[in-house]
Design a protein around this ligand. Structure first.
Ligand code: SF4
Length: 221
């Protein structure tokens, strides 16, 4: 049964790695900003950009709404692709002001399915970013998937190698309890396993999932 396999994977990862304390951020908006800036860069660079925004006392939707895209781009420069990311962050903020009076609290009354569809309609917000915002900033039970998730799932025979984002999300989301806390921890644990062991060339020796049936097909990812 897939749900039992997924539960076993979770238990083994948690037993080895423990709680991952995701997502770092003092406010919902900081988490959202991090989710948008983290595309195609490492977290250390995102942190530098967020520190710049904090130092300038600008890390709120209201304050960023009132600065220009070019000012924002300059502040987030360490995150890389800063012109594109400044536009994406502005797109999110403009959507929030146009539809929800600029207040994240107003998102609470919107059901998760509708909110996800709205986030995905914002230019520059893709599946992983939208779902990270939903799960980590807004505490909605939406499973976030990424390349690490795909690699572990495929190598453990849970999905086909050509599965797309939605198929992977469905695999986890429909076979686990709808629990945001669980999804939060599970995704973070998969990232940890992917970085430390399940790399493009799998390092199965001493991996927490070594005892489970898996393939050593390294052609994937
Ligand atoms: S490194 Fe090996 S044992 Fe670990 S998750 Fe990947 S395939 Fe599984």
């Amino acid at each position: 049964m897939i749900n039992e396999q997924l539960t076993e994977i979770y238990k083994l990862l948690f037993k080895r790695f423990g709680p991952q304390h995701w997502w770092p951020g003092e406010t919902q908006f900081e988490i959202i900003t991090g989710a948008i800036l983290t595309q195609n860069t490492n977290w250390a660079n995102v942190e530098k950009a967020i520190t710049n925004l904090k130092s300038a006392d600008l890390l709120t939707p209201e304050k960023l709404y009132h600065i220009s895209v070019s000012q924002l781009a300059e502040l987030i420069r360490p995150a890389g692709y800063y012109n594109i990311k400044a536009k994406r962050l502005k797109n999110f903020i403009n959507w929030l002001f146009e539809n929800y009076d600029g207040k994240l609290a107003n998102l609470e009354r919107i059901n998760t399915e509708q909110l996800r569809a709205e986030l995905l309609s914002i230019k520059g917000i893709g599946y992983e970013t939208a779902d990270s915002i939903l799960l980590y900033a807004l505490d909605r039970p939406v499973f976030v998937v990424d390349a690490y998730t795909a690699r572990v799932a495929f190598r453990h025979g849970l999905i086909e190698p050509d599965a797309d984002y939605e198929q992977l999300r469905e695999l986890f989301q429909s076979n686990l309890p709808q629990d945001a806390k669980l999804f939060n921890e599970y995704h973070a644990l998969l990232v940890k396993a992917g970085k430390e062991f399940c790399r493009p060339n799998a390092r199965c020796h001493n991996c927490p999932l070594e005892e489970l049936s898996h393939t050593l097909d390294n052609e994937y990812l």
